[in-house]
Ligand binder design. Structure first.
Ligand SMILES: CC(=O)SCCNC(=O)CCNC(=O)[C@H](O)C(C)(C)COP(=O)(O)OP(=O)(O)OC[C@H]1O[C@@H](n2cnc3c(N)ncnc32)[C@H](O)[C@@H]1OP(=O)(O)O
Ligand SMILES: O=C([O-])CC(=O)C(=O)O
Length: 377
């Protein structure tokens, strides 16, 4: 029988899936041409200015902004599930402090999955309930991990605080100035969702095998950890520490580019003329710089951005302003990507539910370029 001959379209390689449209989605739209990001049709800038993170979570999961009763119901469910169970606390405390906090978050999600009494139920209702529980638990996990690394005792959550305020309270033991809370909440809204990015696509691939939601999220955390994706917000702060002061930015950049280094926090697979979220997050960064009186940090931020634009015309992505913003808020650098997780949990889970609503196993092809058929000697 004649061997199957591959047609030209069979063999066209789309390295990194760049430019490939693999499915439809109603969750968000990233339009590089108009430099816009819409969550369920709403511009992300308007959501960041006018909505709480809980409202945005509801929007991503349900497709519409909540009315008062719907919001109250979500808030009650989230607030009542904030306290960590003993098994989750024990799992976090059992891990070495030498491991990255993203390893802790990934393990905690896995532990929550193992203890999920509805593990076998992947109905939309069950998956919504799991998503709310993960949203409620992640701040406690992230805060517990940072505090134990600092030798601090855990702080109990408060059910009289919104998501952002409580997150800061369990991390630092107090609710900071409203300027800080607002900047943090804006970052949570901006990080929540971004169509078929690498971590969301990972979650959808796992969901497409009819695996469970916690497995999909565990995989997504692993994908987000990498410095080409969420890990870049930490790398930005490491870069700033390496450069030191604004006057050294241009020379540092020339040297880094000469050594073919990737400049973290710059560039994007989809946006080639700037990330639509950066101006909003930069405004929040400016408010923090004023609050903490740290103009030196903004000077460094601007100096590196100008030099990068001048040399390469590659613009910052969202990880560029969030890095210094989280630093000013008082988070340890390795905690930055776990903060991204605590927000993106909403987008990931919305996509898992969307994937399951019209599932098709995700299984692309590859072109074999290894040795021709041969016999074992
Ligand atoms: C929230 C987020 O996840 S946003 C992304 C966060 N990641 C980062 O900030 C990491 C740094 N950035 C990068 O590595 C890239 O810009 C990516 C991975 C985000 C996107 O990359 P791609 O779409 O694959 O573009 P690619 O890597 O092919 O870049 C095209 C060209 O620009 C260069 N380039 C792109 N980004 C950068 C950068 N940050 N520093 C230096 N050069 C860069 C590449 O070297 C390449 O140059 P070449 O054509 O001479 O080889
Ligand atoms: O869309 C991407 O490739 C990465 C990104 O900005 C995000 O996930 O927020």
């Amino acid at each position: 029988m004649e061997a199957h001959r591959m047609t030209e379209s069979d063999t066209q390689i789309h390295k990194g899936l760049a430019g490939v449209v693999v499915d439809t989605t109603e969750v968000s739209s990233v339009d590089a041409a108009s430099n816009s990001l819409l969550y369920r049709g709403y511009p992300v800038q308007q959501l960041a200015a006018q909505c709480s993170f809980e409202q945005v979570a509801y929007l991503l999961w349900h497709g519409e902004l909540p009315d008062e009763a719907q919001l109250a119901e979500l808030q009650a469910a989230e607030r009542s599930q904030r306290a960590l169970d003993d098994d989750v606390v024990a799992a976090v405390l059992s891990l070495p402090t030498t491991c990255h906090p993203m390893d802790v978050v990934r393990t905690a999600v896995s532990v929550l999955g193992a203890h999920d009494p509805t593990a076998e139920d992947s109905s939309r209702d069950a998956n919504l309930a799991k998503s709310v529980r993960l949203l409620a638990q992640l701040p406690g996990v992230v805060a517990l991990d940072q505090r134990r690394r600092r030798g601090q005792d855990p702080v109990a959550p408060r059910d009289d605080l919104g998501f952002a305020e409580n997150f800061l309270h369990v991390t630092f033991g107090e609710v900071p100035d409203p300027v800080v809370v607002k900047a943090f909440e804006v970052s949570m809204v901006l990080y929540a969702e971004h169509s078929f990015n690498a971590s969301t696509f990972t979650a959808r691939v796992i969901a497409s095998t009819l695996s469970d939601l916690h497995s999909a999220v565990t995989g997504a955390v692993g994908a987000l950890k990498g410095p080409l994706h969420g890990g870049a917000n930490e790398a930005v702060m490491e870069t700033f520490a390496e450069i030191g002061t604004a006057d050294r930015a241009a020379a540092w950049l020339d040297d880094a580019l000469e050594h073919k280094r990737k400049i973290m926090g710059f560039g994007h697979r989809v946006y080639k003329h700037g990330d639509s979220r950066v101006p909003t997050m930069r405004e929040s960064l400016v408010s923090l710089v004023e609050h903490y009186d740290r103009q030196d940090l903004l000077d460094l931020y601007d100096a590196l951005e100008s030099a990068m634009t001048e040399r390469k015309n590659i613009l910052p992505n969202l990880d560029y302003p969030t890095g210094p913003a989280y630093h000013l808020m008082g988070f340890d650098t390795p905690t930055f990507t776990p903060l991204f997780v605590a927000s993106r949990i909403t987008g990931w889970t919305a996509h898992v539910m969307e994937q399951l609503s019209a599932n098709s196993l995700i299984r692309p092809l590859s072109q074999y370029v290894g040795p021709a058929r041969r016999d074992v000697p």
